[in-house]
Design a binder for this molecule. Structure first.
Ligand code: ITT
Length: 206
């Protein structure tokens, strides 16, 4: 698209400096791979950006909150990701609380066992679940845009695989017999909720 045709359109030209506003190393790796070396990417840790409290009730709400916070603190365009696993048989839990189900030690072995126990307690055989990823880009002077992607699948217990991060060892995307944690990282990056949100971001801002 000719960006000059619409001078008000927000764009991220190649080489733009942006801060990846995440403190999660698994996410940071995937975001780096999806940005394909197109930008000068700074990390929240290197800029000493503190983690804001995630007070919103939606993935988009929290992604916007994190991106705005990082852009304000750093003065640099910020990209934030808010994501999580929604389990159909648990009425969408843990959802936006996905990180918190890991407890203060961010123990996702514990969080995955909690999900299995909650499904047993609910007395349901429904193992459907989906990952969501909201990405928000905030400019220090105000504008913010957000995109959301999802991938549907089923849960499997016990957990399998040692790749990826978070809930990957219990999630099998539709049409797959392997969990995300059993796939090559590039295979996950090609189909994941994060990749789908990025495809929208790319179409809108590149
Ligand atoms: P930041 O806020 O610093 O980015 P966080 O880990 O706290 O890091 P979230 O609040 O978005 O991030 O929590 C999302 C949680 O959902 C994350 O900790 C993972 O456990 C899980 N999650 C998100 N994307 C995932 C993925 O691709 N595979 C497995 N688990 C994922």
């Amino acid at each position: 698209m000719d960006t000059n045709a619409n001078p008000t359109r927000l764009t991220l030209p190649a080489g733009t400096k942006l801060v990846a506003a995440t403190h999660n190393p698994g996410k940071a790796r995937e975001i780096g791979a999806l940005l394909e070396g197109r930008f000068e990417v700074l990390t929240a840790a290197s800029l000493d950006i503190p983690e804001p409290e995630e007070t919103e009730t939606t993935f988009v709400g929290n992604a916007v909150l994190k991106a705005r916070h990082a852009a304000r603190v750093s003065g640099v365009i910020a990209l934030a990701d808010d994501s999580g696993l929604s389990v159909v048989g648990l009425n969408g839990d843990p959802g936006v609380l996905s990180a918190r189900w890991g407890g203060p030690d961010k123990d996702f072995g514990l969080a995955m066992r909690r999900i299995e126990a909650a499904l047993i307690e609910a007395g349901t055989d429904d193992r459907r679940a989906f990952f969501s990823c909201a990405l928000a880009v905030a400019w220090p002077d105000g504008p913010v845009v957000a995109f959301e992607g999802q991938i549907h699948g089923t849960l499997t217990f016990p957990a399998r695989g040692d790749r990826g991060f978070g809930y990957d060892p219990i999630f099998m995307p539709e049409g797959e017999t392997r969990t995300f944690a059993e796939m090559d990282p590039a295979e996950k990056d090609a189909i994941s909720h994060r990749a789908r949100a990025f495809a929208q971001l790319r179409a809108a801002l590149f």
